[in-house]
Design a binder for this molecule. Structure first.
Ligand SMILES: [Zn+2]
Length: 422
């Protein structure tokens, strides 16, 4: 148990309220898209908070922020803990932000213990804010963690464009991130991420702490139907090649086919861009972002082939042409078993019986784990499972439980206790 006099719950409430106000508009949730002006303000608040707590700030060229506590000196291994401060449009306050700030609270508590002389870490600790986890403004998601773990080339990431044509590099430069600053820590020996569950499993099981053993796979397809622009009035019906009609048929076929044959896969068509988007022009291009999520890659392969055939049929039936703009598979991750055991022990030491579970969503911890950095992902409950919505909520008692458990785990990992069998 913590012997420190500080109250992490109180620390968190103050900083959480400050950051939650950045990008908040009335009852419409928080809009703090990656590398936006709002993101820049949130980053600055986070950096100030950590600096005042004794951290050294550094960021890399993709804007990942590292609040470094160089406890064990140069050459010592590193432990990372964090998440992301960017949000979806009209998103919730807890997704990502809670993980960064909980890690910050834990680090400040451990820093206080270090200064009091009661704690002698053999590892350095960095609290990390990963750039563009959400993938709302720039796709793919998990951009910063992908660049750090070298699964996404830096130049490719900087060249990503948002809907207005602004590159991620330009957007970062506009908020003061133009190349790296400070000494960025090397690949860590472990990464721990606390995140809200965004589902109802923990609540239904009556547990406060979830330890993620693995994630679902995700297949993400960006599909475009190419038609031909024409006047919506005089153009004879037989001459029209309507890309929006093709997309509508494609979306309907996607839903019908998967509901009938793969009902346990999670499916969505959640973004549609039509061009030229005028009431008087038959739609020339319709681009749709589809997602399929499931446990087994082989099943996503089969389901994906079936829906691609349905998309081809929609093109044939409407006289349009199908283009596959992107078709990517995120493999299911198995999280690190030693870190899972450490997390399990830390939770039990704090009096919680953790639930071992799977995550449907991807998180930065998954990107790092898939690149070979041992990673743990810890969930705390989301009220009614609401996520990516202004009503997103995690009860203060559950937040406090998560911070207590995270602090205990990080203390042990910073001591170099990878099994933490105490
Ligand atoms: Zn998140």
């Amino acid at each position: 148990m913590d012997s420190a006099a500080r109250n992490p719950k109180m620390d968190l409430a103050a900083i959480f309220d400050r950051i939650s106000a950045i990008g908040a508009k009335g009852g419409e949730g928080v809009t703090r898209l990656a590398a936006s002006a709002e993101d820049g303000v949130a980053r600055a608040i986070f950096a100030d908070w950590m600096t005042q707590g004794g951290a050294r700030m550094a960021h890399d060229a993709i804007g990942n922020q590292f609040a470094c506590f160089d406890w064990a000196g140069e050459g010592a291994p590193w432990i990372f803990a964090g998440s992301h401060l960017d949000t979806q449009p009209r998103g919730g306050r807890f997704d990502g932000t809670l993980g960064v700030l909980a890690a910050g609270c834990a680090a400040l508590d451990l820093q206080a213990e270090t200064q009091a002389g009661g704690f002698r870490p053999s590892r350095n600790l960095a609290v990390v804010n990963w750039t563009n986890e959400e993938g709302a403004r720039y796709q793919p998601s998990l951009t910063g963690s992908g660049v750090f773990s070298k699964t996404l080339p830096l130049d490719d990431a900087l060249a990503l464009r948002d809907g207005a044509g602004i590159t991620l590099g330009e957007a970062l430069a506009a908020i003061g991130v133009d190349g790296g600053t400070g000494t960025v820590p090397p690949r860590p020996e472990g990464y721990v991420e606390l995140h809200v569950e965004q589902g109802r499993i923990l609540t239904e099981a009556g547990r406060r702490i979830g330890i993620v053993e693995g994630t679902w796979a995700a297949r993400k397809m960006t599909i475009r139907w190419m038609g031909r622009a024409a006047h919506t009035g005089p153009t004879p019906m037989a001459d029209r090649r309507d890309a929006l009609l093709a997309a509508a048929q494609g979306i309907a076929a996607f839903e019908t086919l998967l509901a009938a044959h793969y009902p346990h896969l999670h499916r969505s068509a959640a973004r549609l861009v039509i061009e030229p988007n005028s009431p008087n022009v038959v739609v020339e291009r319709a681009t749709v972002w589809f997602e399929l999520r499931g446990l087994a890659v082989a099943e996503l392969d089969r389901a994906g082939q079936a829906v691609l055939a349905a998309f081809e049929k929609a093109a044939a039936d409407t006289g349009t042409r199908l283009e596959i703009i992107a078709d990517t598979l995120r493999e299911p991750a198995g999280m690190d078993s030693r870190l899972m055991a450490s997390a399990d022990n830390a939770a039990r030491a704090c009096g919680f019986e953790p639930l071992t579970m799977r995550s449907v969503a991807g998180h930065d911890a998954v990107a790092l784990q898939n690149s070979g950095i041992p990673s743990a992902l810890i969930f705390i409950p989301s009220v009614d499972g609401i996520a990516h919505h202004p009503d997103e909520l995690t009860h203060p008692d559950d937040v406090a439980a998560g911070i207590l458990m995270l602090t205990t785990l990080l203390r042990r990992l910073a001591e170099g206790d990878s099994h933490a069998e105490r």
